[in-house]
Design a protein around this ligand. Structure first.
Ligand SMILES: [Zn+2]
Length: 244
């Protein structure tokens, strides 16, 4: 029996399918990530094509059938197109970072209300920040999204032996492989140096304080985050992150 679902969803990604159709990956409010087929949507007169731009927020209707792995999109109406982002290529690419991350990491059809509201807040922020804040805003939201993929870095104590670490302006040793800070005894060749400010930013982000990133922190995150994702998410590489 078919189940009719009506919900809100962000378009995470689209892939052409056959001559005129498209696979659409959406992050929905109700059912987390869903993959739908939008039939005939690449024909010139399709009424749905405008609604399937990446990071559009749509009201969608689709049919769920127990017997099928991929469901059919029946209708999509744009609720928010984020035109203020679309006029700036750098912002568009930044918006793609979180879309690509969720598209590639969230398991299908599990409710992810945190991820949904995070993407909502990220896109709202991208319409407002100054040009020079686009990178730091994107890194901040990507860090907030890591727990959604189950890869929250550990920063309160040594990730290997769990002793609390006091820094007193010492350098911060962060193990990409172990997924967190390490004490002097557990230093090994997976450890990379992180600036003190960067640790403060991570701490602020995971304790829900507002954070301000220095250039040093932005540089640290640009260096560490791609390796961290690659190591902990089966070789994940975000194309949009390379062009941020
Ligand atoms: Zn240790």
């Amino acid at each position: 029996m078919a189940n009719i679902i009506k919900t809100h969803g962000f378009v995470l990604n689209t892939v052409p399918f056959k001559e005129s159709s498209m696979f659409v990956s959406l992050l929905t409010k109700q059912n987390g990530k869903v993959k739908l087929v939008a039939k005939g949507v690449r024909r010139p007169k399709s009424r749905l094509c405008g609604a399937l731009e990446r990071f559009c927020l749509d009201e969608i209707i689709y049919y769920r059938r127990e017997s099928k792995e991929i469901y059919t999109l029946s209708d999509a109406v744009v609720l928010q197109a984020y035109d203020a982002i679309r006029i700036c290529p750098q912002r568009v690419n930044a918006a793609h970072v979180l879309c690509e991350f969720f598209d590639k990491t969230l398991p299908p059809e599990e409710p992810h209300t945190h991820a949904f509201s995070l993407l909502n807040n990220f896109l709202a922020a991208l319409t407002q920040v100054h040009d020079e804040q686009i990178k730091s805003t994107t890194y901040a939201f990507l860090l907030r999204a890591l727990p959604d993929a189950g890869i929250h870095p550990r920063i309160d104590s040594c990730v290997r032996c769990h002793v609390p670490i006091t820094y007193n302006n010492k350098r911060v040793d962060f193990s990409i492989g172990a997924g967190g800070v390490v004490c002097e005894r557990d230093f090994d060749d997976t450890v990379v140096f992180m600036h003190h400010d960067t640790l403060d930013v991570l701490d602020g982000i995971y304790k829900n304080r507002s954070v301000v990133m220095t250039d040093q922190t932005v540089a640290d995150l640009a260096r560490l985050l791609p390796d961290y994702l690659y190591y902990h998410l089966d070789g994940l590489s975000l194309n949009s992150l390379k062009h941020l």
